[in-house]
Design a protein around this ligand. Structure first.
Ligand code: FES
Length: 244
């Protein structure tokens, strides 16, 4: 069976949501490289990144319930344990231990710099691998995350636009866009900014942006407003091109 993940993207870490979105007793619905994901945090703080598909009949796990230490499927009530994804209970089979093979599909998952990151497996890989340290970032390491923005465009186009926007200022700016999914820009308007891209699908991308230097408490709101406004303008410009 093939994973459907391109070999050059398999095992690569991507951000899939902000850590603060993965609150306890909640399930975040997102996607990466055309694969739907259920992201959820157990009460002990563990974050899980699972395929959004119940191993019983394929119902989306994001419509299920986060019980705190397990995720309960909405359809027949099977529960799957945090961490392992092992099925712990099947209401139609009371008192019967579910077979070890019955488990949700889990992926490696780390929290780094205010984001939840996961990696999808390539062919012949179980989705976990040896490297569970997460993405290599910085310096400088981001200090403040901004609101993530969804763009209807491929990641390559988004990177190009972000780099152009950062450079398109009267003052000197610099952009390091050597990585097609991670951009570090030094911009006189916004300071040092990281952009981490989540390729949701071929023509859908989420921009996760973070400031390398946290503004003072007095400036924080104004900076967040300005940067969010700027990101929305970039998104609107990209989507104007893709829809024309
Ligand atoms: S489809 Fe999930 S428990 Fe049946």
């Amino acid at each position: 069976m093939t994973s459907g993940v391109e070999p050059n993207l398999a095992s690569r870490w991507f951000p899939v949501c902000r850590s603060e979105e993965a609150v306890v007793r909640h399930v975040v619905h997102t996607a990466l490289l055309d694969r739907e994901l259920a992201i959820w945090r157990s009460d002990d703080g563990t974050v899980n990144a699972w395929e959004n598909r119940c191993p019983h009949r394929g119902v989306r796990l994001t419509v299920g319930t986060n019980l705190g230490n397990a995720l309960k499927c909405r359809y027949h009530g099977w529960t799957f344990e945090s961490g392992s994804g092992q099925c712990a209970e099947r209401p139609a089979h009371p008192g019967e231990k579910p077979p070890a093979l019955v488990r949700a599909r889990t992926f490696s998952c780390v929290e780094v710099l205010g984001y939840v990151w996961t990696r999808l497996p390539g062919d012949g890989d179980d989705g976990h691998g040896d490297d569970d340290r997460g993405p290599a970032i910085g310096p400088p390491r981001p200090a403040l995350t901004l609101r993530s923005i969804h763009v209807r465009a491929p990641a390559a186009m988004v990177v190009e636009s972000l780099a152009r926007d950062a450079l398109n200022t009267p003052e000197a700016s610099s952009v390091d866009a050597a990585d097609p999914y991670m951009v570090h820009a030094v911009d006189p308007r916004g300071g040092r900014i990281w952009y981490f891209l989540q390729p949701v699908a071929e023509a859908e991308t989420v921009i996760h942006a973070a400031l390398a230097d946290a503004p003072s408490p007095a400036d924080r709101l104004a900076v967040l407003r300005r940067e969010n406004h700027r990101l929305r303008a970039v998104r609107n410009a990209i989507e104007a091109l893709t829809s024309s």
